[in-house]
Each structure stands twice: as C-alpha cells, then as structure tokens.
Design a protein around this ligand. Structure first.
Ligand SMILES: Cc1cc2nc3c(=O)[nH]c(=O)nc-3n(C[C@H](O)[C@H](O)[C@H](O)COP(=O)(O)OP(=O)(O)OC[C@H]3O[C@@H](n4cnc5c(N)ncnc54)[C@H](O)[C@@H]3O)c2cc1C
Length: 274
C-alpha cells in the first residue's frame, strides 16, 4: 500500500489485488477506512476478496489472472509488484544446524536476546516479535549491553508501528483489558485546517476502569510524528488525565492526542461529549 500510493502519486495507474475483505488488515479498521477513501483520490483501484492466481509475459506486458467471486479476470500491466507477507530469512543460512529453538521460522530468545544455545544471540527480523527496524535497533542495544555484562533487558510496554501511506496510519498499544475509547477528528483541529489536511483522527484507548492509557491509533498527515508521544505516555504508565492535563502548544497536531483523551474522559471542549 505504501509503494502503491507512491507510484499512484507519481502518475502510474495502480491496481491493488487483495485476497482479504479489507486492505491493511491488522490495523484499526476506522483508520483503514480513511486510507481506503483517500486511495480513490489518487486513482488507485482496489480489488478486495480477489486472489492473484498467476501471471504471464505477453510482449513487454505482464498479464495477471485474478480470481474473484464473479470468476477470473485478467489485468494487463507494465509491472507486477508482489508484496505478500514477510518471513524471517533463516533458510539456508546454517541456522538450522545450530540446534536453536525456533517458532514459526523465528529464533526464540529471552529478554536479553539469548537463544537456547550458549553464546548465540538473535535480534531483528529473525528473532520473535515484530519485524520492524526500530525493534531490531532496540534489541541490538540490549543484546550488546547483555554481552558486555550489563543489567539490560527488553522491557518495553509498546512498540509503535507506522504505515507510510497517504494519509499515514500510526499505532502503539499494550496488552488489552476491558477498554473504552474516544476519537478526535483532524477536521476540527486548527493546525490540520491551516495546512489544509483535515482527513483523519486520533483514537485513544484506555482501561475502562483505571483510565490507564493502553493504546493510540492515528490516521492522518504526520501520524508517524505524533505517535512517539503516545508511546512515551504508555511506557511511563500514563493515565488519560496525564494526557488531557498536559498543556500542548497551539496550533499543533499533537493537540489532537490531548483532545482525544478529553473525549474519552467526557471532558472535551472542542468535541461533543457523548
Ligand atoms: C519494503 C520494506 C519496507 C519496510 N519499511 C519499514 C519501515 O518503514 N519501518 C520499519 O521500522 N521497518 C520497515 N521494514 C522492516 C525493516 O526493514 C526490518 O525490520 C529491518 O531491516 C530488520 O533488521 P535486521 O537487521 O533484522 O535485518 P536486515 O535489515 O534484513 O539485515 C539482515 C542482513 O543480513 C544479510 N544476510 C542475510 N542472509 C545472510 C547470510 N547467510 N550471510 C550473510 N549475510 C546475510 C542480508 O543481506 C541483510 O543485509 C521494511 C521492510 C521492507 C521489506
């Protein structure tokens, strides 16, 4: 979706073939809806419940056969980009001969990135957990410190993730309990209006009883920049009032985080309290 958006904005006609009933599965469905709508603006055609079955070269064209509910259709394209899934690249590297404990292709580690084989550590995409650059970096730091004999461990409550579509989706969350949530739309935020980018919102999720912050989902311009404050808040064990009582400069995008916390608390001034 990230590369598709880029190519569409550069002027290519992009068709997305998606086997599942929605794009960007795993992300907050409300956020995905905003991206799906914006794709129409970029002229991206999305085929849902459609399975890419095969392709063949015809001259300098690539013809893809797609299975849909109403039968097979053929798409004539200049280029086909296959971007289905990622998995640890451990095949053929000799890792299998070390006797490492593996789970679904990932190397199992402890909080100091030790494997079950003494002296062997694993970090990044080949080790269990999210396949993200900043997760790999954090693990590398912890691993190096552990090897150096320091008291270091992977002790994080949340790892933020970003989808760099236009608009972006950014989210960060920790273990779920009974929750309540509130949303604040960028359409009523001064900064978003002044830069003419009103699509999207910030959604704040908290524990229903204690009001501890458990998650934040953002869709909109610069979502990737706003999410770090949310990650810090979760790491610090913040409550909704910590966010809502922190003075945010106006007009800025992170104000939406404070406003969304107020919405959950029923203390909103710039949104309707329900
Ligand atoms: C298209 C794409 C976009 C992405 N975008 C983002 C993003 O926006 N943000 C984000 O956080 N993450 C993103 N990621 C994920 C991110 O790139 C990975 O999580 C990160 O690079 C993992 O770091 P790593 O060191 O574990 O593995 P890698 O960066 O893959 O490094 C592993 C290295 O090992 C080498 N290697 C492999 N096998 C052998 C061998 N047998 N012998 C010697 N060397 C070998 C490889 O060539 C490679 O250089 C993206 C990934 C892809 C594919």
């Amino acid at each position: 979706m990230e590369l598709g958006t880029v190519y569409a904005k550069l002027g290519s006609k992009v068709t997305v073939v998606e086997a599942l009933p929605q794009i960007l599965t795993g992300n907050d469905p409300d956020c995905v809806r905003v991206v799906a709508n914006k794709l129409k603006t970029w002229g991206v055609e999305v085929m849902l419940n459609a399975k890419a079955k095969s392709w063949e070269k015809k001259g300098d064209r690539a013809v893809v056969t797609v299975t849909t509910a109403s039968g097979d259709v053929q798409l004539d394209a200049d280029r086909v980009l296959v971007t289905v899934g990622r998995r640890p690249n451990t095949d053929g590297s000799g890792v299998d001969k070390l006797g490492l404990k593996m789970e679904k292709g990932f190397i199992v580690t402890d909080a100091q990135l030790r494997t079950n084989v003494p002296g062997v550590y694993a970090i990044g995409d080949c080790a269990t957990g999210m396949m993200l650059a900043h997760k790999a970096t954090k693990e590398a730091e912890v691993c190096a410190e552990a090897i150096a004999g320091r008291k270091s461990a992977m002790d994080v409550r949340t790892i933020p993730a970003v989808v760099f579509t236009d608009p972006e989706i950014a989210s960060t969350k920790t273990a779920g309990r009974k929750t309540k949530a509130g949303k604040f739309n960028f359409a009523v935020l001064g900064r978003s209006l002044s830069v003419n980018d009103p699509d999207g919102f910030v959604k704040v999720v908290s524990d229903a009883e204690t009001e501890e912050l458990l998650g934040v989902h953002i869709v909109g311009g610069n979502a990737s920049d706003i999410i770090s404050e949310a990650a810090l808040a979760i790491e610090m064990g913040a409550f909704l009032h910590d966010l809502s009582l922190t003075v945010h400069p106006h007009p800025t995008l992170p104000e939406a985080l404070m406003e969304a916390a107020k919405v959950v608390l029923g203390e909103a001034i710039h949104a309707v309290n329900r």
